[in-house]
Structure formats: structure tokens, C-alpha cells
Design a protein around this ligand. Structure first.
Ligand code: ADP
Ligand code: ZN
Length: 726
């Protein structure tokens, strides 16, 4: 009988807590328990029993277990402890971040199994001809057998229609796992030669862990390749009827379109995981995963933390995407944890992208990953032609140069669609007084307010502050206020004026706030109706618009001169991804990039569309500068009511780091790019080294030091291992 339990508690300290197990109580690692903590009680999760290094003190007893089976199995706990060490984050917070909210709050973990709906074989003549919706739902149920009510509703049917079908005996409800215990037998699409070669090579290492990078240009058929690979891995699994697959996708590309392609092949075995799920949906999907139900989980970042029972493969689509890195709290990289998870499960992992991150490109170059290439578009589509438009001393209206406007004209005349990318939402990024020259700034941040015309207000994109537009300049009192520069709204309105016959569709965070709105907006685009799309980053990701033959990038120069060393990499990825939206159909396409730097070597190289050589060049520059991925980096950030307090804390860390013999260079401390945000003054310090263990040890010492010497009130700090943005 174990007498001592080492327990993870949801507290911001870098340690586990020991408790005595009262006589007569049996515990299993992975179980949730209720324990006393100070004068309170809290929920905890048992990580280990009778550890080899028990503390020499009297311990409080565990009060009660919440269930008699492990909520988190061994490998899920091991992954989280590894991640807590690697990302230097309090282990209890990591463990609780991996539980669905209901379980974090102490709700019971055994829940009624989720139910799904199926069409029956009953005679359809029972259905009166006027019951049109019921007939449509019946067709839908036959196409999508075994879907839960939420999916049926999402497809546009009401509960009432479903219940009526049930009354007629035409539909029936089942618990998810009694449902068909075989994988649907959908016909495979015939892969082209390149895809077939890559598929063979992906299978070449045979069973066990292997990491692959698939560099495949946009439209080269990566998704079809993943689907075939997944089918083969499931078929080859020891127990196909328990096989689980994880497909990670960036937040934005989890569209019904992507889902539909997987559903065609895997039917009801598809489960989804993303930020829009409610607590009940989360618990239900979490339970299916934990119970080892055979499924393909398509999910965003945190899906990597779920307690899989039997993973047979992992795919990370658009692996370069920034949304895989959690930027708050437990700052993990889902892509990097996916590699660890695959290693743990002894299964292959595929990272795929048309624009691999320099980290992954570097790993492929060092032969840590098997590199595979798909360099031709599937079907008949060709790659678009890319040109630079020098906008120096050219009149721009709404950020659009005459050559770009002309190209839009031609595109619309041909009955095609145009897509314009702009990196700022809102109407105007600056509202300035033409009398005294003062811009209107956020009262809480070192940032200018953006004018949003649709609700006529000024907003801070950093803290959310919002105010009415003043009539007179707050500095000089004159009526000289004017909106200058352009955001998506301004470009939208200039286009609407210039092309009154053509719908202009704006896609940005403001226009797509409501769930399902993005798909509504994109529906006419998918139907191929003539239109002009204007949008931010959201447009660059994963969409397939066969009717778009022109893509324009309104301003490429921000990325060339970014203060973040990843600026040029992100610009290159953006240009190639935006270009990938043009000419996916059979009509070919064109890309125009507006810049004041038409002689810049990076832009000229980008015009060739040859991402591998761009990546090689950028990688070489990083190596020469000793920057990641040629070295490792950790950031420590501080924020406080005054900049002096933030800097004092980091100065202390800098001195300690410099005094240590570790081969680590210290950069900073320096104020953050937006130094004041929501009235907090922010600064950071970077540690960089070729020696990852040494960097890791130093970071760990500094975190422990800060934990033991808690900074004075109001000063907060955080550590970011492998930071993705500075
Ligand atoms: P990617 O994910 O690389 O951007 P997709 O998998 O979306 O590429 O494929 C692009 C288009 O080509 C899709 O419309 C897809 O259905 C089609 N496609 C992919 N592979 C094939 C193939 N082997 N035969 C015919 N069409 C294909
Ligand atoms: Zn602000």
C-alpha cells in the first residue's frame, strides 16, 4: 500500500506537493483528489506514489479521490511533466491546462456517453411529400452517419425536424461507441506520381517513431497525401479498431471545408477540438479520446495535450503557423510537443507546409527530419507569376497603386476574383491633427489609436481601449483632425467606390467576430461569383479559392525592417502563402507586391516563388548572426506599474546571468516594442546559447531565484522558452 502521494496542484509554483495517504485509501497515479492547502481545499492530480525522495516532515492527508481510475494516463502525465520542465512552467498549471474546464472545476469525469444519430432502414414511404426538411435531413444523415446533435444543428437542421424523423422510425439515436466499429470504406483518390512517391517514402522507415517534413507548394495535394497516409497507418496498426490519429491545424483553417474533406473519408470517426467548443463539447470529445475510441482528432494547439490511448500517427498541417505557440501562461509549442508525443507513442509525425519554419527547415537540413517535396500543383493548376510594383512617388488611393488597380480591372473583366492582402485592420491606423501634427494616442499604451469607420470610433489594438472621435484636437484644440494611412476598412471603401458593380468582401477580425461569419462571407467566393476580397493574415491561410486569379500585397516593407529577427521569414511565408491563393483553378494567376524597396534581394528572390532557396538564404543569415535556429533562446519578461521596476528586476537577472560560468550570452534588458500596454510597463531580457542544457539550467536557476525572492507588489514576470515573437 502506498503511503505518500506526490500531487500536482493548480498553483503558480514550480513544484509538486506531497500528501499522506490515509489508511484504507488506495490511490492510482493520474487520479484527481481533493486535498487541504493552507486553510483552503483544492483539487489536485496524483503524479506519483511513494517517490524515492520523500520529504522529512509530517504531511497532511489526502481528503478524497474524485474517481477510482486515472483521469490522466501515464504517458499524458509524462508528456506534461516533460513540457513543464522544458518550458520552465509550474507543473500543476501545465497538468490542469490539459484538463477540460469541467474536470478542472471538479465535475465528474464519467459522463453519459455522447450520443449520435443514424438513419434507419425503415420504409421512406412513411414520409409525407410535404415534409421537405425531414427528407433533406434523411439524405444528410445517410451521407453523414453517426453525427452528434451539435453537428446536425450546425448543418442547419433543427432538433424538431430530427425528432419528427425519429417518431417516424426513420432516425435513431445511439451512444457513440456502439456505432459502427469499422472504419468507413471510402474510395481512395488516385494519387499523382509525386504524391505516390512521397507516400512510399513516408512509409519507408516502417514502424515506430520517425519525423517527416513535407515541403509541398500550395495546391500540391498535401491534404490528400495526409489522408492516404492516415488510412495506411490505421490499416497497418496492431488494432485498427482502437487506432487514434491527431491532425493539428492552425486556428483559422479549421473550416467546414477542411473538415468536409476528412469527413468524406473517415465519416463519424472525425472529432474536432478548437477554441469555439463549449465546456460540454470539450468534455465529451476529451472523454472519447481518453476512452480510446478510434478516431481522427482534428484540432488546434491544445489538442496535442489530450490523453490519447493509442496514437498511430500525427500530422501538423501548416507547421510554420505562429498560432502553434501559446503566447500566454503555459507557453508551449504544439508543433514541438507533437514531435515528443510521436516519439513517446512510437509513431510517425508529419510536419507539412508550403513555407516551412526555419526551425524545421534547419532540422531537415541536419537530417533530423526526413525531407519530402511536392513541387508541382495537383491537377492542372500552374503557379502564379509574381511581380514587384515600386510605389515610390506614385499616387496611392486607399493604398492601391495604378498598376494594381489596372490589374484588378482586368481580372474582373475576365470574370475572375481578386484578393488583396493588407496587414492592418480598421480604417486608418493614425488619426492626426493637421494643425499641430499630434497623433491621437491610447491613454494606456504607447500606441496610436486606430479609426474604425463602421462604428465611428477609435480603438487601441493592444489593450482594447475604445473612445469616440473627438471633434477637436486634444493637443491644440483646433478642428484639424484627419485620418491618415490605411487599414482594411479604408481599402474596402476605396474599392467600393472605384468598382461599384462588384461586391467587396472584407475579412478581418472585426468582420468575422461572430461564429460562422467567416464561412458566410466566403460563400460567394467559393461559388465563384466575381468579387474583390480584402483582408488581413486570415486570408493567407489554408483557403482554397479556385476563382482567384489575382493576389495583391499592399505593403511588403514592414516585414523587411521589422525589429523582430523573424520579420523577413514571416514576410517570405506571407508572400508565398498569399501567392498560393491565386491561380489555384485552371486559369493561372498573378501576384503583385507593392513596395518602396523593389531592389531588395529578398523580394527579388521571392518573385521566383522558390521558397527553399529563400529559406536557405535566410537560414544562412541566421547562422552568421548566431540567431535561432543556429542557437537557442529564452526570454524573461517583466511588467510593472513603472518601467524602472521592470528594468530593475531584469537588471538583477542580467547580473546573475553574467556572473554564472554558463556559456550563455545576455541581450538586454530592453523595453518591449510596445513598452506600455494597458498601463503596464514591459521589458524583456534574452538569453542565447549554442548549449541548450546550459541555457536550460541557467533559466531554471533564475526562475527558482525569482520564485524564492518574489518581486515587490505589482511586478510580474514570465519565462518564454523558444520565444516566437519578441
Ligand atoms: P495542399 O493541401 O497542398 O494545398 P490540396 O490537398 O488542398 O493541396 O490539393 C489541392 C487541390 O488539388 C484540391 O482541390 C485537391 O482535391 C486536388 N488534388 C489533390 N491531389 C489530387 C490528385 N491526386 N488528383 C486530383 N486532384 C487532386
Ligand atoms: Zn491601449
Amino acid at each position: 500500500m502506498a503511503t505518500l502521494a506526490r500531487i500536482a496542484l493548480p498553483r503558480a509554483v514550480r513544484q509538486l506537493f506531497d500528501y499522506r495517504i490515509p489508511e484504507g485509501m488506495t490511490l492510482t497515479p493520474g487520479q484527481r483528489v481533493r486535498v487541504p492547502l493552507g486553510k483552503q481545499r483544492t483539487l489536485g492530480l496524483v503524479m506519483e506514489l511513494d517517490p524515492p525522495d520523500p520529504p522529512d516532515m509530517t504531511l497532511k492527508p489526502v481528503e478524497t479521490p474524485l474517481e477510482d481510475w486515472p483521469v490522466l494516463p501515464d504517458d499524458a502525465r509524462e508528456l506534461l511533466l516533460w513540457a513543464a520542465r522544458y518550458y520552465q512552467h509550474p507543473p500543476g498549471e501545465c497538468v490542469f491546462a490539459a484538463l477540460p474546464p469541467a474536470l478542472r472545476r471538479g465535475a465528474p469525469a464519467s459522463l453519459p456517453r455522447p450520443t449520435v444519430w443514424l438513419a434507419t432502414d425503415a420504409d421512406i414511404s412513411n414520409l409525407p411529400t410535404q415534409a421537405r426538411r425531414q427528407r433533406e435531413l434523411l439524405v444528410w444523415l445517410n451521407q453523414h452517419p453517426g453525427q452528434p446533435l451539435t453537428s446536425i444543428k450546425a448543418a442547419g437542421f433543427t432538433r424538431e425536424v430530427l425528432k419528427n424523423l425519429e417518431k417516424r422510425g426513420l432516425a435513431t439515436e445511439r451512444t457513440a461507441s456502439e456505432d459502427a466499429c469499422t472504419w468507413p470504406d471510402a474510395p481512395s483518390i488516385e494519387l499523382n506520381r509525386d504524391q505516390a512517391t512521397v507516400l512510399d517514402n513516408l512509409n519507408a522507415p516502417g514502424e515506430g517513431f520517425a519525423s517527416h517534413l513535407v515541403f509541398g507548394i500550395t495546391g500540391s495535394g498535401k491534404t490528400e497525401l495526409y489522408i492516404e497516409f492516415i488510412k495506411q497507418r490505421i490499416a497497418a496498426a496492431r488494432d485498427p479498431d482502437r487506432a487514434q490519429v491527431l491532425v493539428l491545424v492552425p486556428e483559422i483553417s479549421l473550416t467546414p471545408q477542411t473538415l468536409a474533406r476528412f469527413e468524406t473519408h473517415f465519416g463519424a470517426r472525425i472529432a474536432v477540438w478548437h477554441s469555439a467548443l463549449n465546456a460540454t463539447e470539450r468534455l465529451s470529445t476529451w472523454t472519447r479520446v481518453r476512452e480510446g475510441e478510434p478516431l481522427i482528432l482534428i484540432g488546434t494547439r491544445s489538442a496535442v495535450l489530450l490523453p490519447y490511448a493509442n496514437l498511430v500517427t500525427i500530422v501538423v498541417d501548416e507547421e510554420h503557423d505562429g498560432s502553434y505557440k501559446q503566447m500566454e501562461g503555459f507557453r508551449y509549442s504544439a508543433r514541438d510537443l507533437a514531435i515528443y508525443r510521436a516519439w513517446q507513442s512510437g509513431c510517425p509525425v508529419i510536419l507539412g507546409s508550403a513555407t516551412p519554419s526555419l526551425e524545421s527547415w534547419h532540422n531537415a537540413r541536419k537530417q533530423r527530419y526526413h525531407l519530402h517535396r511536392l513541387e508541382r500543383r495537383a491537377g492542372n493548376a500552374t503557379l502564379p507569376r509574381t511581380d514587384l510594383v515600386d510605389v515610390r512617388s506614385r499616387p496611392l488611393s486607399g493604398g492601391l497603386s495604378p498598376p494594381l488597380l489596372e490589374a484588378i480591372d482586368q481580372t474582373l473583366e475576365a470574370g475572375d476574383q481578386a484578393l488583396l492582402f493588407i496587414n492592418r485592420r480598421g480604417f486608418s491606423p493614425v488619426v492626426m491633427c493637421f494643425e499641430c501634427g499630434a497623433p491621437i494616442e491610447c491613454p494606456h499604451c504607447d500606441a496610436r489609436l486606430t479609426y474604425h469607420r463602421y462604428d465611428n470610433c477609435l480603438r487601441c489594438h493592444h489593450c482594447g481601449h475604445q473612445q469616440a472621435v473627438p471633434r477637436t484636437c486634444p493637443e491644440c484644440g483646433k478642428e484639424g483632425l484627419n485620418a491618415v494611412g490605411q487599414g482594411t476598412e479604408k481599402t474596402e471603401s476605396v474599392l467600393a467606390e472605384r468598382f461599384p458593380e462588384t461586391p467587396v468582401i472584407r475579412i478581418d477580425r472585426d468582420s468575422t467576430r461572430r461564429r460562422g461569419r467567416l464561412d458566410e462571407l466566403l460563400a460567394p467566393v467559393r461559388r465563384g461569383e466575381p468579387c474583390i476580397l480584402v483582408g488581413t493574415q486570415m486570408l493567407a491561410k489554408g483557403h482554397d479559392f479556385p476563382g482567384v486569379t489575382l493576389a495583391g500585397i499592399l505593403d511588403a516593407d514592414g516585414g523587411l525592417f521589422s525589429s523582430d529577427f523573424r520579420g523577413p521569414e514571416h514576410l517570405a511565408q506571407l508572400v508565398i502563402q498569399v501567392s498560393g491563393r491565386a491561380g489555384r483553378g485552371e486559369r493561372g494567376g498573378r501576384v503583385l507586391i507593392q513596395t518602396c524597396q523593389s531592389g531588395h534581394p529578398l523580394l527579388t528572390q521571392l518573385c521566383t516563388g522558390d521558397y527553399p532557396s529563400v529559406a536557405d538564404t535566410l537560414l544562412q543569415e541566421r547562422e552568421e548572426a548566431g540567431l535561432p535556429p543556429a542557437s537557442f533562446m529564452t526570454a524573461l519578461r517583466a511588467e510593472a506599474p513603472t518601467m524602472a521596476d521592470s528594468l530593475a528586476l531584469l537588471d538583477d537577472l542580467a547580473r546573475r546571468a553574467e556572473a554564472s560560468p554558463a556559456p550563455v550570452s545576455v541581450l538586454g534588458p530592453f523595453p518591449a516594442i510596445i513598452a506600455r500596454k494597458a498601463n503596464r510597463h514591459r521589458a524583456q531580457i534574452l538569453f542565447q546559447s549554442q548549449d541548450r542544457p546550459a541555457l536550460h539550467r541557467l533559466t531554471n536557476q533564475l526562475c527558482r531565484y525569482l520564485e524564492q525572492n518574489r518581486p515587490a507588489g505589482g511586478v510580474r514576470w514570465a519565462v518564454d522558452v523558444d520565444p516566437q515573437s519578441l
